[in-house]
Structure formats: C-alpha cells, structure tokens
Design a protein around this ligand. Structure first.
Ligand code: ZN
Length: 326
C-alpha cells in the first residue's frame, strides 16, 4: 500500500548538457521544476551529486520535504539495466560505464529511485499520458542527434532478454550505407538522424552545392540547428528540402519494418527533429511507411507526431516512478 503522506512523484530528465527535475502531485499536476547544467566532464560522482541537488531544488521550490516523495523516476541517455537501476553505458556522459545510479541516489535522497533508458521512458510516458484510449501496442521512435525508440507491448514496456530492446536507430536499412556511431554501417541513425542530415548537407556544400544555409550561417555552416533547415525549406531551398525528405523516407522504411514485425496500433514519432520539422518530415515518413509495409497490414494503424510539449522528459520520467510505486 502506498503511504498517503508520500503523494508526490519526481521526474528527472538527465541529458548530456542539462538536468531537469519536476515534482508532480497525486493528480499528476506539475507543481515545480528545477534545472542544472550536467557538467558531464566533471565525472560520474559530480553528475550524481548534481542530479541529487536538482531533485532537492525542485522539492524545495514546492515547499516540500523529501519525506513527502513517493518515488523518483529518471530517464538516462544510454543503455540502462532497469531492474538494478545501473547505467551500463551513456555515449554523452564521459566515464559512465556500469554506474549504480539507483543505489547511489537512494543513499543520498532516501527515496525509491527508478531508472530507465530515456527513449524507453519517453515511450512509456507517451503511452500513459497521450493515449487515453490506451492502445495495447505502441512503438515510439525519436529522431534527434541520434535515433532512439521504445516498444510497449500488451500495455507494458518490452525490454528484451538483455534489457536493450527498442534500439530502433540501429536497425540496418542500407547495406554498405554510411558508417554509424555503433560501428555498423547503414543503420537508420546513420541515415535519418539530425547528425546524418547535417553531415550530408555539409559534405554536399564542400562539393560545391549551393544552399541558402551558407547565406544564413556562413560557408562552414557553423552552429547549424534543425530550425535553420525549416527556415531554408520555407524560403524555397529545394536542396535542403530533398535531404530532409530522404531522411524522412528512411525513417518511414524503418517504421514499415516495425509495423511488419510488431503490428502496433500506434507509431508515435517524436524528438528534436520532429519538433522543428514536423510538417516537413511527417508526410514523407508516412508515405514511405505505407509504400513499404506488407500489403494489408496497415489497416487501422496510426503513425503520428508526438504532442507532449516542453515538460515531456520530466513527465515521462515521473510516469516511470508512478508505475513502479502504485
Ligand atoms: Zn548503429
């Protein structure tokens, strides 16, 4: 039985550059937030100390004490053993190899802590918060710097034998395609992530391709952001439009594979690229998915952009804590 006095939940969005925390009440309303830079280069212990501080700051912001907190959920950017709460590896957090994050935070906070991979946590949060009708099966795919995903099957997060399921970004789409950060070739992430799009644009510009982007950002295309691509496309830059469309098609082929294998009711597409370029990406992605699924298997399946806004990361992480403590 949950202790009625411990009615608040905390969600932590742990990123490579910033830590966000939010306190949610029994009705799952956001009562207060806090934010700290991650300072990942200071090492594992320093980051854990900063997560704890950011949790305490959010609690203090709400004039509460940690005694009123039922659980803390964390979405971490990397491979996570969700059962033991260990971060096995996190590419954007230097030194993070087999870190007992749950244990260390519970020692400091004296509150139950639950850790999950950020894309898995995001999929679970989307499932609980966005879909009141509760589809049984849902796939989440997140297009950003990399590509991550999560699988909800029969209403539960599917983690697989070694708890690494849902690595949608490393589905091989193009044999002999471009090299991926994982060491493989032709992964979806190497074809359709923001990094892949930027790399393609930069290499074409080096080869003499003309684009409005060089007028906007200079010949080196320094500090290019997803929003710059949107501006260029809206100004009529056909080259940028084509590169983004190609990436969207690759993502659509990935979605078709997932539909063929899992036949989910909903495929929800989110991440930084979708936030910036939803109108430019979604139509081409949906068309490519429809063109590549096995005939007859798309009936009643929706592919849609995620709607959760600014507080998605902390909300989804709090959902993890809510599920684990109720
Ligand atoms: Zn890969």
């Amino acid at each position: 039985m949950a202790d009625d006095n411990k009615e608040f939940l905390i969600g932590v969005d742990l990123g490579g550059t910033k830590i966000l925390t939010g306190v949610f009440d029994a009705r799952f309303e956001l009562k207060g937030t806090a934010k700290l830079s991650t300072k990942a280069d200071r090492g594992v212990e320093a980051v854990i100390e900063r997560i704890a501080r950011c949790v305490k700051d959010a609690v203090d912001e709400c004039d509460l004490s940690l005694k009123r907190i039922r659980g803390v959920g964390i979405g971490a950017p990397g491979a996570v053993d969700a059962e033991s709460g260990r971060v096995i590896f996190a590419p954007n957090l230097p030194g993070w190899k087999d870190v007992p994050l749950k244990k260390e935070l519970e020692k400091v906070l004296d509150v139950p802590v639950f850790v999950g991979n950020d894309c898995n946590v995001c999929t679970l949060g989307t499932f609980d918060c966005e879909y009141k009708s509760k589809p049984k099966h849902l796939v989440g795919i997140f297009l950003g710097t990399g590509i991550g995903g999560g699988l909800v099957i029969d209403g539960e997060l599917y983690c697989g034998h070694n708890l690494t399921a849902g690595e949608i970004g490393h589905m091989v789409i193009a044999v002999n395609g471009p090299k991926c950060g994982c060491g493989n070739r032709g992964c979806l992430e190497a074809l359709a992530s923001r990094t892949a799009i930027f790399r393609k644009i930069q290499s074409a510009v080096k080869d003499g391709q003309k684009t409005i982007l060089t007028d906007m950002l200079g010949p080196e295309l320094a500090d290019m952001r997803s929003g710059d691509l949107r501006k260029a496309i809206r100004k009529g830059d056909k080259f940028v439009e084509k590169i983004v469309e190609e990436a969207a098609e690759y993502a659509g082929i990935g979605v078709a594979n997932l539909i063929n294998i899992l036949n989910p009711e909903i495929v929800v597409v989110g991440g930084g690229l979708i936030e910036a370029l939803e109108n430019e990406i979604m139509p081409a992605l949906i068309k490519a998915a429809k063109d590549h699924v096995m005939p007859g298997t798309m009936s009643g399946i929706e592919i849609e952009a995620s709607k959760l806004g600014d507080h998605a990361g902390i909300t989804d992480a709090a959902v993890l804590a809510r599920r684990a403590t109720s």
